[in-house]
Write a protein that binds this ligand. Structure first.
Ligand code: UFG
Length: 326
């Protein structure tokens, strides 16, 4: 049974991926400093509370644990926060990754799946976006991911460290049966905020309805976190069977506007979402939709749970559980 180190495995996408890896028969160890992740997302015997900056501890963990490959999620993810605290983002996301890569080199671990983002494209020239679109990040968050992707290209050639970078579009949804879902603090993502607006009765602000889109609100490519997790497993299996370094978008290829998501939430929950329309949020491109052909062709991936209704239903179930648990 291959043992896989999942960094950031107490976070949202990391915990879902760790769960799906175990369903596929992998043995999983998690390294997470719990600065943003949650202890309750990981079985205690699998969790190592360690900072990505602690190269020695990571080296030891991989060496004694006989780790065969790493999936690296540990990073801060809030675009807005990254523009206010750029040092924090470069320090955590870039220098934390460099420390991990040094530890991998020392431990002789040569396979990595890296959690990247559509934010590497910034405001795309055209949609759907293919992987060969240029890097043009518009936030320190996006830039920090570009930097790590570039480091990985060098290490693939110079060190034989084979990596797959997965550029996520809008991760969402939950796995309520596994007790996993979105619990960011503060929450900034659309679907959990729409659900909480209904529960709390306090309006959500729609960030602009004057974009050049059919209903004036931004369009995004929403991908169920379980489908995202499956993409990681396929990327990992490809690397473990000798596959080369590569980069893939992970999205469905279909876009939905903020108002379409809001209406779907109303339909699933059976209640109106209280909302007001506010100003545009800085850095929001009008339309972000993936061209996912490469991932489908190369790794045989296809989204199974990413209809908007399935996404919202799973998120709503999780939100109700979370609220009931206090
Ligand atoms: N939105 C609102 N009101 C809110 C929250 C969001 O109108 O209170 C809108 C946003 O303006 C956007 C859409 O809902 O149009 C989705 O916003 P999210 O914050 O849920 O997601 P983003 O598209 O901003 O961000 C996602 C990831 C980032 C990643 C980015 C890539 O969460 O990590 O896609 O561009 F960087």
């Amino acid at each position: 049974m291959s043992r896989i180190l999942v960094t950031g495995g107490a976070g949202y996408i990391g915990s879902h991926t760790a769960h799906v890896l175990m369903e596929h028969g992998f043995d999983v160890v998690v390294a997470d400093d719990l600065s943003r992740g949650h202890r309750h997302n990981v079985a205690p015997e699998r969790l190592h509370v360690v900072s990505m900056q602690d190269t020695a501890a990571l080296t030891e963990l991989m060496t004694t644990g006989r780790v065969e490959a790493v999936i690296h999620f540990a990073a801060y993810i809030a675009v807005g926060e990254s523009t206010r605290e750029p040092e924090l983002y470069f320090n955590n996301n870039l220098s934390g990754s460099l420390s991990l890569l040094t530890a991998m080199q020392r431990a002789g671990v040569k396979r990595l799946v890296f959690s990247s983002t559509a934010a590497v494209y910034g405001n795309p020239m055209s949609v759907p976006i293919s992987e060969d679109a240029p890097f043009a990040p518009v936030s320190p968050y996006g830039e920090s991911k570009v930097m790590v992707e570039k480091v990985l290209r060098w290490l693939s050639d110079l060190r034989g460290l084979k990596s797959v970078c997965l550029r996520y579009f809008n991760a969402c949804g939950a796995d309520p049966a596994a007790g996993l879902g979105e619990e960011h603090d503060p929450e900034t993502h659309l679907i959990p905020l729409l659900l909480r607006a209904i529960r709390a009765g306090t309006p959500i602000t729609i960030f602009g309805d004057d974009y050049d889109t059919p209903d004036g609100t931004c369009i995004r490519d929403y991908i169920h976190v379980r489908d995202l997790a499956e993409a990681h497993v396929l990327a990992l299996e490809s690397l473990l069977s000798g596959g080369e370094s590569d980069v893939f978008n992970v999205g469905t290829g279909s876009g939905y506007s903020v108002m379409e998501v809001l209406r779907t939430v109303e339909k699933i929950v059976g209640k109106r979402v209280p909302y007001t329309v506010g100003a545009r949020r800085e850095g929001d491109p009008p339309v972000l939709v993936a061209n996912p052909d490469r991932l489908q062709r190369s790794l045989g991936w296809s989204p199974r749970s990413s209809s908007l209704e399935t996404i919202v239903r799973s998120a709503w179930e999780f939100e109700q559980k979370r609220a009931a648990a206090g």
